[in-house]
Ligand binder design. Structure first.
Ligand code: PHE
Length: 344
């Protein structure tokens, strides 16, 4: 019987040596050491032996169990290392391969021109004031000296909402009222701000007009601000945007919230004033509306118009970008067409 034990031992050890994977290892374990394994079976048969052999047999069987268990544990570690090495080899990563190219986005042309305009005004000491897109009728019109039913309201086709008096701003000018009331300290503090933002108009969409577009409003309020300050400041801005040699001219115009009101032209950026199809052969292009803040508006902002004065202006960044890049149709801006956007 002990011979059987020795045979089992050598058979088990040889078998174990050849095992390379954890599956076979598990089989080996249940075959030799498991509950129904051969060694256990042999130990169960101990009762059939003559009593004087039992002690030796049991002792030897236990030694073998110990030996096999240790061999099994050692070999388990070898197989584990082997399998790990194989897995690493198969999943090998070549870190010297070039990476997949990442698609890079770009800034929208409106964002670019807005940033450029803001940077220029920042250099000139104007802070950005962010005003709301959703306005009330009062601030968008009445407080800007455009009373209800005044024909001047026709200048701005308005998006009304189902809520009485709530509209989308048709221009950034209502921000003048908010800025004066927020920053003016009840008419005691001077102000120098620009107000960039989206405006909305209920209009037929054409190559020249969109239902949404940006404006950059400007507002300066102080004790001794004159029309000279307005003209000098805007000429300075135009030269910073378009170049030192840019000529600037002012034409009389009308806005209810400024008095007097003007339109600003610069010498054509494309032909330098000689005449081309961008300036429609006039040599000039219009860049903004402006004027001295109307006394009624100053008053609505909390200032005493006999002591305080100010100027305001409003420009359209998309129009400026269109002329700069010779973009023929304003509808490209919000169409989301990558063929257009990727050019910037
Ligand atoms: N709000 C005017 C417009 O939408 C522009 C403007 C702003 C004119 C400030 C004068 C002063 O056309």
């Amino acid at each position: 019987m002990t011979d059987n034990l020795e045979m089992l031992l050598s058979e088990a050890l040889t078998g174990l040596e050849n095992i390379q994977d954890s599956g076979s290892l598990q089989k080996w374990e249940s075959q030799f050491l498991g509950k129904n394994g051969r060694l256990t079976q042999m130990l169960k048969g101990i009762g059939k032996l003559p009593p004087e052999q039992r002690a030796d047999f049991g002792k030897r069987a236990n030694e073998i169990k110990q030996t096999l268990t240790e061999a099994y544990e050692q070999h388990t570690e070898i197989v584990r290392q082997h399998e790990l090495g194989k897995a690493l080899e198969e999943g090998e990563l070549d870190v010297t391969l070039p990476g997949r190219p990442v698609q890079r986005g770009g800034l929208h042309p409106s964002t670019r021109i807005l940033r450029q305009i803001q940077a220029i005004w920042a250099e000139m000491g104007f802070q950005v004031y962010t005003s709301r897109d959703v306005e009330d009728d009062d601030t968008n019109f009445t407080l800007l000296n455009i009373p209800p039913h005044h024909p001047a309201r026709d200048m701005w086709d308005t998006f009304y909402t189902t809520q009485e008096g709530v509209i989308l701003r048709t221009h950034t000018s209502p921000g003048q009222i908010h800025a004066m009331r927020d920053y003016g300290g009840n008419g005691t503090q001077p102000i120098r701000v620009i107000l960039p933002g989206m405006c909305y108009r209920y209009e037929q969409m054409t190559a020249r007009s969109e239902i949404q577009f940006n404006q950059v409003e400007g507002l300066a309020v102080g004790r001794h601000i004159t029309m000279t300050d307005l003209k000098g400041t805007i000429a300075d801005f135009a030269r910073r945007l378009y170049g030192e040699d840019t000529k600037v001219r002012y034409r009389a115009s009308h806005f209810p919230f400024t008095e007097p009101s003007m339109e600003v032209d610069v010498s054509c950026t494309l032909c330098g004033g000689k005449g081309c199809n961008v300036c429609k052969y006039t040599g000039w292009i219009e860049i903004m509306g402006c004027g001295m803040v109307h006394p009624v508006v100053l008053q609505n902002g909390g200032y005493d118009p006999t002591e305080w004065s100010g100027f305001a202006f409003g420009m359209g960044p998309e129009r400026i970008a269109m002329r700069k890049h010779d973009i023929k149709d304003i509808r490209y801006f919000w169409s989301g067409d990558l063929r257009f956007l990727e050019q910037f």
